[in-house]
Design a protein around this ligand. Sequence first.
Ligand SMILES: *Cc1c(COP(=O)(O)O)cnc(C)c1O
Length: 399
Amino acid sequence: MSGKDAFYSSLQQNLETLKEQGLFKPERVLASRQGAEVQGADGRTLINMCANNYLGLSGEEATVQAAIAATEEFGYGLSSVRFICGTQTVHKRLEKAIADFLGTEDTILYAAAFDANGGVFEPLFDENDAIISDALNHASIIDGIRLCKAARFRYAHNDMDDLEKQLQAAADKRHKIIVTDGCFSMDGTIAQLDKIVALAEKYGALTMIDECHASGFMGKTGRGTHEHHNVLGKIDIITGTLGKALGGAMGGFTSGRKEVIEMLRQKSRPYLFSNSLAPSIAGASLAVLERLSRSTELRDRLHENTAYFRHHIEALGFTIKPGTHPVVPVMLFDAKIAQQFAARMYELGVLLSGFFYPVVPMGQARVRVQLSAAHTREQLDRVLAAFAQTGRELGVLKN
Ligand SMILES: *Cc1c(COP(=O)(O)O)cnc(C)c1O
């Protein structure tokens, strides 16, 4: 076998192994806009319970029209990075709008939150410094930390005693920063930012939160986890996405003090060496933020839907991870049952995803529901009825 053939045949083998282990991820193909209801490529209509479309804005006509208007005004794209000729007024306006929304001084845009996290550490910290990171932080945070020379400290997920131990272990480092997802997408856990900020103050550390599952709907006016925990203005660096609640296309940002953002514009590699965000996305995101600043209606409806669903799914006899976040893990514990459950729900017209080891710990298999402001009560009742039927069929109800 030639060297090249050996390469392709080993890839084929590794792909086969993934399939045998049940770790291969097929992609569901939609034939419609994203929304509370979607059309599958197979023509089926499904109630969608697995999008990050928390505010229902992804397929909404107002978002689409704002994107079209921005395209008309600013064109399709820039064919440039920001610092050469890729910055338009719409990018500057969006950066200011995000900073105002989050309560920070300035914001820098990226093509994705993955890039924001990938490019935030290396320009700001070096081998004299320490990054103290929650064990379950998002992959992009982990990768960003890997690209930086700072010493790495990891604290057990959401464990404030361990965080304090790690802060003590990092005591001799020059600058220290605590990094956490604001809200964790697997369990709907909300980081204890009040306690984290108190520990940061005690040990002279900075704080950073990744708000991908929070911006636009957590806190009483939707500013995020820092508003939820009453620490507005006390978080040093906030990263987030435009690809979830805030419109759902793509794009990310880092927000914080002026000098942080200015340094990132000078040194952050995914910003310097990657194309500008499309004007359609910048314009539509701006329209979304203006709307969310005017009214909390969507955020309020999302939380009403979440409370309704959490109450009724428990009343049916399912076990959920307790909390208030629109991510609702419905615990089935057994991997095979979680897979059968999601497949049966699909037959009944409900799209949701099953998670099992190694994505979640062994014995913690589940289906994950994500609520949206776009879901109607009638749709949620249909989803609950499908849960009840599937739960009875598979014998997983407590009552
Ligand atoms: C989705 C997500 C990201 C990546 O966001 P993109 O804008 O899609 O790259 C980063 N961090 C967290 C916590 C996320 O959930």
